[in-house]
Ligand binder design. Structure first.
Ligand SMILES: CC(C)(COP(=O)(O)OP(=O)(O)OC[C@H]1O[C@@H](n2cnc3c(N)ncnc32)[C@H](O)[C@@H]1OP(=O)(O)O)[C@@H](O)C(=O)NCCC(=O)NCCS
Length: 127
């Protein structure tokens, strides 16, 4: 008899435009991790982005090695101004961010929330 299981997973994608979409809060419940569900979820989100002709997908993560398997690469957060202006500038961890910015695809040449490139990189005053 075939077995069935309920997979608990989630992600909250955000689209800024065809120039940028973001994968946010991807999560697989702990008891179901390491069985391929996370990979399926990322593949589905990337297919969705491709379907909408999105040229760049970004994310912030603490585990870049997981995402590099999907051709995400590390960038500075200044390289993705929409994410910077949408979240980082409001974040209490603005100057103590422990997350790594990654993108897949072509870096955005435009932005809806700020200028490209960001002319003044965010550095802690007095650092
Ligand atoms: C990251 C996450 C979504 C992966 O889901 P998953 O269903 O376990 O992923 P898959 O089974 O498709 O792939 C597993 C592989 O991903 C990599 N991987 C998974 N979790 C990892 C972690 N915390 N650190 C580094 N690599 C990791 C490993 O290579 C792993 O291979 P293994 O099973 O042979 O060890 C899941 O571990 C999770 O929900 N983690 C907690 C929330 C989180 O950190 N989300 C990321 C926020 S950006």
């Amino acid at each position: 008899m075939p077995s069935t299981s309920i997979i608990s997973l989630r992600a909250f994608p955000r689209q800024y435009g065809v120039h940028l979409a973001e994968i946010r809060s991807i999560c697989v419940s702990p008891e179901l991790q390491h069985r391929g569900a996370g990979t399926l979820l990322i593949d589905a989100l990337l297919a969705e982005a491709e379907h909408h002709h999105v040229s760049c997908v970004c994310l912030f993560t603490l585990i870049p090695s997981f995402f590099s398997r999907f051709d995400f690469r590390v960038v500075t957060r200044e390289a993705i101004p929409d994410k910077l202006y949408k979240d980082c500038l409001l974040c209490p961890k603005l100057h103590a961010c422990d997350e790594i910015a990654m993108v897949r695809g072509e870096l955005p040449k435009t932005a809806i929330l700020g200028k490209v490139p960001v002319e003044v990189p965010l550095v802690k005053l007095g650092a």
